[in-house]
Design a protein around this ligand. Structure first.
Ligand SMILES: Nc1ncnc2c1ncn2[C@@H]1O[C@H](COP(=O)(O)OP(=O)(O)OP(=O)(O)O)[C@@H](O)[C@H]1O
Length: 317
C-alpha cells in the first residue's frame, strides 16, 4: 500500500454521534479514513453537551497537530471555543479541520464550499500542510460566551425561543413549525445597534446578525460580505420595514442588502440593545441564550482559531 500520510503525525478526532442524522456507518467511515492519514489518531465520541469544548481545550495543551471535528455547527462552535479559551498561544494551537456531520454545517460550507468530505480530508492531511486561516471569534460580554458563526437578536432568536417551548415535536420539525408560526404574526422589537460607539440603527428591528460566517443554518446568507479572518465583525440590521416572510426569501442569496431599513456595517465592538429595558431574546451559533440582559456587547477576538483551509485560488476558499 502506498503511504497516504502527510504533515500531521498526531490528531484528536472529536465526533458528535448525536449530530445530524446520527448515521453511525458514515461516522465510522470518516474515522477509518482519518486513521489511514494520521499515524497517531485519538478518537472521542462526545457524551454530553460541552464535552467537545472540554476535549478541545485539553488537545490544545498537548502536542496534537490537528483537531478534527465531526459534527454540526454546535459541535464546531464548542471545539472552537475550547481551543480559543485554552491557555496556549494561538500559533501553538492545533489546526482545526471541521467535517460535515450536522444539520446545517454552515462552518464547513464557509471553508470548503460544496467539496465532498473525502476530498477535503485528503487535501487537508496528505502531503504538506495546506493553508492555515486564523479565524476571528467574538466574545459576548454579558454571558461570557464565544461565538463562531454569528450572534444576534430578532427573527432567528425568536424562532429558537418558540421552538424550545414545543414539546410535542422534535428535531427539524420543531424549527419548521416555529418559523411557520412566526410568519403568521411577527412583531419587531424597538431597539438600537451601535458599531464602535456609533449608533447605526434606532427603531423597529426584525433581525440583527453579527459575525462571523456568511451563512446561518447552512444556507441563509445573512452576512454575504463577511470575511472570517479580517479581524472585524460584520453586522446586518434589518429594520421593521421588512417582514420575516420576505426576509427568509431575500437572505437565500443576500439580496436583502440595499433594501429600505437594512444597514450593513463592520467594526470591532457591536452593541445590540432593546430600548424598552425588557430582556432581549438573543442567540449565538444557533443556541438560544436566555438572560435578563436587555443588551449585549460583542467584541471581536481576532485570529484566535487556526483552521485548515484550501489555498486561496482553490474552490471553496
Ligand atoms: N452525547 C450527546 N448527547 C446529547 N447531545 C450531545 C451529545 N454530544 C454533543 N451533544 C450536543 O449536540 C448538539 C447538536 O450538535 P450539532 O449542532 O453539532 O449538530 P446539529 O444540530 O445536527 O447540526 P447544525 O448545528 O449544523 O444544524 C450540540 O450542541 C452538542 O452540545
Amino acid at each position: 500500500m502506498t503511504s497516504e500520510r502527510g504533515w500531521a503525525n498526531s490528531a484528536l478526532l472529536i465526533a458528535n454521534p448525536q449530530a445530524g442524522t446520527r448515521d453511525r456507518r458514515r461516522l465510522d467511515e470518516v474515522v477509518d479514513h482519518c486513521a489511514r492519514l494520521v499515524p497517531q489518531l485519538d478518537v472521542v465520541h462526545t457524551e454530553y453537551p460541552g464535552h467537545a469544548e472540554e476535549r478541545a481545550a485539553k488537545a490544545a495543551e498537548s502536542v496534537t497537530d490537528a483537531l478534527i471535528v465531526l459534527g454540526g455547527d454546535g459541535t464546531t462552535r464548542e471545539a472552537a471555543s475550547g481551543l480559543a479559551r485554552s491557555g496556549v498561544e494561538p500559533p501553538r494551537r492545533p489546526a482545526m479541520l471541521n467535517l460535515p456531520f450536522g444539520t446545517g454545517n454552515s462552518f464547513y460550507r464557509e471553508i470548503w464550499a460544496d467539496s465532498p468530505w473525502r476530498q477535503v480530508l485528503d487535501r487537508a492531511l496528505t502531503g504538506a500542510r495546506p493553508r492555515l486561516r486564523h479565524v476571528d471569534m467574538a466574545h459576548i460580554r454579558e454571558i461570557d460566551a464565544l461565538a463562531l458563526l454569528g450572534a444576534g437578536s430578532g427573527m432567528v432568536a425568536d424562532v429558537l425561543e418558540r421552538a424550545h417551548g414545543m414539546f410535542d415535536v422534535q428535531g427539524r420539525d420543531r424549527y419548521q413549525r416555529a418559523v411557520a408560526e412566526l410568519l403568521g404574526a411577527y412583531t419587531p422589537y424597538e431597539g438600537r445597534v451601535s458599531v464602535d460607539g456609533e449608533v447605526v440603527h434606532e427603531g423597529a428591528v426584525t433581525l440583527v446578525n453579527v459575525g462571523g460566517g456568511r451563512y446561518r443554518a447552512g444556507r441563509f446568507q445573512l452576512l454575504p460580505h463577511s470575511v472570517i479572518d479580517d479581524g472585524l465583525l460584520d453586522v446586518c440590521v434589518v429594520g421593521g420595514e421588512t417582514g420575516v416572510a420576505e426576509l427568509a426569501g431575500l437572505t437565500q442569496d443576500g439580496s436583502h442588502l440595499g433594501r429600505p431599513g437594512v444597514v450593513y456595517a463592520r467594526g470591532t465592538r457591536i452593541v445590540i440593545e432593546r430600548t424598552d429595558g425588557r430582556p432581549l431574546s438573543f442567540e449565538h451559533d444557533g443556541e438560544l441564550r436566555t438572560s435578563e440582559a436587555s443588551g449585549y456587547t460583542i467584541d471581536v477576538l481576532p485570529g484566535v482559531l487556526p483552521v485548515l483551509a484550501p489555498a486561496a485560488r482553490e474552490p471553496g476558499r
